[in-house]
Design a protein around this ligand. Structure first.
Ligand SMILES: Nc1ncnc2c1ncn2[C@@H]1O[C@H](COP(=O)(O)OP(=O)(O)O)[C@@H](O)[C@H]1O
Ligand SMILES: [Mg+2]
Length: 291
């Protein structure tokens, strides 16, 4: 373990020394990574002028719709910049249905690609905040500007700049406990945050070595979205499938969970929280109600 951490330190030292961009040299990012077009560099410069971002290192992950960049804030915290590509027509088509039907974004006239990406970025920030405020373990949202979402960097075992792996690559040590934690988070998000992830699976949960963190809230919808129940059932189904197939643990029935969530949602007026973070509604945790 000691050797391992020394290796990581060495990798990081070299990485940081070779790629450390301050505000005076961020124009050079254009030659480093194609996600940094002029529009994105201008947005980044504003974030730097406002003090949210101090140094930019490099890309830690690349998705269909965004790149995630490791950076540092002025007060020395590791932060993640999720930078949405400004040019993906496919992205627009695939995500439009999540914006439509969202009461927070009605009346928003989307006339061009960049505006749509900006709304998408703002929506992920707003979803992240709802989940964070509801006590779900997610990257702490910091701010957003244009196509850049700024949030807490979720690192592996606290190693600066090393992103926590997805649970599909780094399965939890105690799957039973991990399963219950995710059920607890689904309930807190739905009942306290009034939000449903809608893209929940082993591809959007990371394992820091100490805890599970749910990422990628871009597709999330409010609990009163017309397709809310469909999305919630799909999330539950994905989690049940992963934990039962991968670890052979006994999971709660998907429909029974959905029904309990609905019931508890309607009765959540006097909800309390116990020492483990479970919601107590009508004197019961959700797992007591079903199990
Ligand atoms: N806050 C974060 N801290 C560290 N790594 C992150 C963070 N957010 C995302 N990542 C990494 O970036 C990858 C892509 O991010 P995600 O939000 O899932 O976007 P996508 O829509 O491309 O799936 C994740 O699988 C994870 O490896
Ligand atoms: Mg993802």
């Amino acid at each position: 373990m000691v050797g391992f951490s020394r290796d990581i330190d060495e990798i990081l030292r070299r990485r940081v020394e070779s790629r450390r961009f301050r505000i005076k040299d961020i124009d050079q990012l254009k030659t480093v990574d194609d996600v940094f077009n002029q529009y994105t560099i201008d947005a980044l410069r504003e974030l730097m002028n406002e003090g949210f971002v101090d140094e930019v290192y490099g890309s830690v992950a690349q998705g269909k719709e965004a790149k995630v960049i490791w950076a540092k804030s002025k007060d020395g915290w590791d932060i993640a910049l999720k930078i949405f590509y400004t040019t993906t027509a496919q992205f627009i088509r695939s995500r439009y249905k999540y914006l439509l039907g969202d009461p927070r974004f009605t009346g928003v006239k989307i006339t061009n690609t960049r505006k749509l990406i900006e709304y998408w970025c703002r929506k992920e920030y707003s979803n992240l905040k709802d989940a964070y405020d509801a006590g779900v373990r997610v990257p702490k949202p910091i701010t957003f500007n244009k196509n850049i979402l700024v949030m807490e960097f979720i690192s592996y075992m606290g190693y600066s700049g090393i992103p926590a792996p997805l649970i599909k690559d780094s399965p939890p040590e105690d799957p039973e406990e991990a399963y219950l934690t995710i059920i607890k988070y689904i309930e807190r998000a739905f009942i306290v945050g009034k939000i449903i992830h809608a893209d929940l699976s082993e591809f959007n949960i990371v394992n820091t070595g100490n805890e599970l963190v749910i990422i990628d809230w871009g597709s999330a919808v409010k609990s009163n979205h017309p397709n809310a129940m469909e999305f919630l059932l799909r999330d539950i189904g994905n989690i049940n499938r992963y934990f039962s197939k991968e670890f052979g643990i006994e999971v709660l029935d998907s429909k029974a969970l959905l029904n309990a969530l609905m019931r508890r949602y309607l009765n959540s007026g006097g909800a309390n929280v116990d020492g483990d973070g479970w919601l107590i509604i009508n004197g019961k945790r959700i797992i007591d109600e079903i199990g």
